[in-house]
Design a protein around this ligand. Structure first.
Ligand SMILES: Nc1ncnc2c1ncn2[C@@H]1O[C@H](COP(=O)(O)OP(=O)(O)OP(=O)(O)O)[C@@H](O)[C@H]1O
Length: 287
């Protein structure tokens, strides 16, 4: 499997089984430099699992995964799970697991609008401030690809909007690619170059504008936030017969305009040569 010159990560026939259940299958995707890609999908559709495969925290059951040599990843998880009674200042948190120079930490905090927060207790930060500090930590490794897993969960709408403006600013300044999981369709539609709809496999993908211009999309989403789950409800008539729980009953409507629908093929024939990972530098990933 060759890696296109501008590709950061490419997968082919990626599959993951966990506890006898097929969680992901037939995952063919290419993430390119500077691109903003959003993954949407119902609960349990494998979004977090896919991110964890891409950063190397999970090993695929089958298929191939290739990263650009020396690729630097920055990962912002869904939530920071810290014992709130644990005394931990922001600067010490930024230095986990490896110490970072104070000026680098200060620059990262400044970049996320948290200048001067180095001495504050992490447990005393608000949700939005915590997410900004997590982002600062991910940025310390100067990532080529920033991966965010529902990073605005628990934030109110202004907090969420501010966080995504910040992501956009960071992306433009650093020129990094962004791969995120988001449930906020407004964000998806306004901030992504490409949307991938996941439900164990990639159901469809395409440019968000193209999707939102489609009559099907307008019928589903209308105006306002009521359609936050509508993208997941686009009618798919195929069945997921893999002995797992992912039959969300959304049927196939192949008329998605330019959005590209993927057939739901079985992956028994998937390449099982395992992971091929080239020179993956994990500076910043899961720091
Ligand atoms: N440690 C684990 N062991 C076994 N199965 C797991 C494990 N973690 C997740 N799974 C299963 O993998 C599937 C995908 O989970 P995942 O967390 O990736 O979904 P998700 O799309 O991120 O969901 P959500 O939107 O709820 O965060 C689920 O069926 C889940 O039960």
């Amino acid at each position: 499997m060759t890696l296109p010159a501008d590709a950061l990560i490419r997968t082919e026939g990626l599959r993951l089984d966990r506890g006898g259940q097929r969680v992901l299958w037939d995952i063919d995707l290419t993430l390119r430099r500077g691109e903003v890609v959003t993954i949407v999908g119902p609960n349990g559709s494998g979004k977090t699992t896919l991110l964890r495969l891409l950063i190397g925290a999970l090993v695929p059951t089958a298929g191939r995964l290739r990263r650009a040599p020396g690729l630097r990843l920055g990962y912002v998880p869904q939530k920071l799970r810290l014992d709130p009674t644990l005394p931990l200042t922001v600067d010490r948190f930024l230095g986990l697991p490896r110490r970072v120079p104070a000026d680098a930490a200060a620059r990262a905090l400044q970049r996320v609008g948290m200048a001067g927060a180095a001495g504050r207790q992490v447990a005393a930060l608000s949700g939005g401030q915590t997410q900004r500090v997590m982002l600062a930590r991910a940025l310390l490794g100067a990532p080529d690809l920033l991966i965010l897993d529902e990073a605005t969960q628990g934030l109110d709408q202004p907090g969420e909007a501010a966080f995504y403006r910040l992501i956009d600013e960071v992306r433009r300044t650093l020129g990094c690619g962004v791969l995120m999981v988001s449930h906020d369709l407004h964000v998806v539609m306004s901030a992504s170059d490409r949307v991938i709809c996941l439900n164990g496999h990639i159901c469809c993908e395409g440019a968000p504008q193209a999707v939102s211009d489609a009559p099907e999309y307008r019928a589903l989403f209308g105006i306002g936030t009521g359609g936050a789950l509508a993208l997941y409800q686009h009618a798919h008539d195929h069945h997921h017969d893999h002995g797992h729980e992912h039959d969300h009953g959304h049927g196939h409507d192949h008329d998605h305009g330019p959005a590209h629908a993927r057939p739901d093929t079985d992956s028994e024939g998937a390449d099982s040569e395992g992971t091929v990972s080239e020179g993956a530098g994990f500076e910043g990933a899961g720091r």
